[in-house]
Ligand binder design. Structure first.
Ligand code: ATP
Ligand code: MG
Length: 344
């Protein structure tokens, strides 16, 4: 692909094969509410990267733009094994882009959608790595603000002691601080509200403990198969985060060690001062509780030599052969076609 094939609508078939700044776009990896992520080749260094193109609405928003510049710089300065390294953040043709390490594997959203709830040991191993990344960011005064399964990338680990290697991505790239009412001024959805902390909703100042809350929601989902609060509409969901007690995990998943409920309840406390002070504080307690006596029949350990047989993830093989035809790019990406002779 990439030969400028026109779809019946007259829209180009994709950016695949095109060049954006000094990157050649090879395949679309995924898209969220505010960006499209591509596998691309950095033509200057000859290495594969993940190239994220952000919607131009964000480039026009001064608050976002300033935060993007600042937080990309801070994120790039954090050298941590569980944080996706940022290579470059820049702008071309009115689009903000960010080039980062390409992580082969899948994100935790895709993993949970495919497998459902994870074995306790796997959930704990993933939580520990995300927590370590978050505490490192907090030590640099950087609050993530958008911890959610889609921002946790799960790659194959090195050996049976570390069956998966987890990377956290997208620091400071959330739109939620710009609008929490569900839609931005131009009607674009802000993304999921399943993991948002009460103080983010009420507009109070946030610190690292808002990431403790969101990580609590993510851990809850990895164990229960669904986040703590599910409501029919956004307003009800925001209300629940602020005022409703989360259902005990043991109501949703049988057989968990009895101490796990209390640990999750503390991570999900409404007031930041009632939560764990740090993400590692949370997952250390989680790991300890998970080693306790199970309350039911499907008892599980936390790894080690007697790791249960189901405690491993299947990693999809790397893409082979030519990629499938990409979907049409979003309209906002069209400016990068200018000058290539394929723009509509
Ligand atoms: N560095 C990377 N390496 C490999 N895949 C990545 C990388 N960064 C992102 N992806 C993939 O691209 C997908 C889309 O990312 P994106 O951040 O745009 O969306 P999201 O996080 O799912 O949603 P949102 O728009 O709310 O942020 C991710 O879910 C992930 O699967
Ligand atoms: Mg993301």
């Amino acid at each position: 692909m990439g030969s400028g094939v026109e779809l019946p609508s007259g829209r180009p078939s994709g950016l695949v094969g095109r060049q954006v700044a000094h990157y050649r776009i090879d395949a679309e990896i995924g898209r969220g509410g505010m960006a499209v992520v591509y596998r691309a080749m950095d033509l200057r260094l000859g290495r594969t990267v993940a190239l994220k193109l952000l919607a131009p609405e964000l480039a026009r928003n001064d608050t976002f733009r300033k935060r993007f510049a600042h937080e990309s710089r801070v994120a790039a300065a954090i050298d941590h094994p569980n944080i996706v390294p940022v290579f470059e953040a820049g702008e071309t043709d009115g689009l903000l882009y960010i080039a980062m390490r390409y992580v082969p594997g899948q994100d935790l959203r895709a993993l949970l959608d495919r497998t459902g709830p994870l074995p306790v040991a796997t959930a704990v191993r993933i939580a520990v790595q995300v927590a370590s990344a978050l505490d490192a960011a907090h030590a640099h005064e950087l609050v993530h603000r958008d911890v959610k399964p889609g921002n946790v990338l799960v790659a194959e680990g090195t050996d049976s002691d570390r069956p998966e290697h987890v990377y956290l991505t997208d620091f400071g790239l959330t739109k939620k601080s710009l609008s929490l009412t569900g839609f931005t001024s131009v009607g674009q959805f802000v993304g999921t509200l399943d993991y948002v902390a009460p103080e983010q909703i009420s507009g109070r100042p946030v610190d690292g403990r808002c990431d403790v809350y969101s990580l609590g929601c993510v851990v809850y989902e990895t164990l229960a198969g669904a986040p703590p609060f599910r409501r029919d509409d956004d307003m009800a969901l925001l209300w629940a985060h602020q005022y409703d007690p989360p259902p005990p995990l043991s109501d949703v998943r049988a057989g968990l060690p009895s101490g796990v409920d209390a640990v999750l309840a503390k991570a999900l406390a409404k007031a930041p001062e009632h939560r764990f002070d740090s993400c590692m504080g949370f997952v250390t307690e989680l790991r300890r509780a998970a080693k306790g006596r199970a309350g039911g029949p499907d008892r599980e350990g936390t790894g080690g030599p007697d790791r249960p047989p189901e405690d491993h993830l299947d990693f999809p093989p790397p893409p082979a052969g030519p990629p499938p035809p990409p979907p049409a790019p979003p309209l906002w990406a069209l400016p990068v076609f200018r000058g290539t002779g394929t723009a509509a």
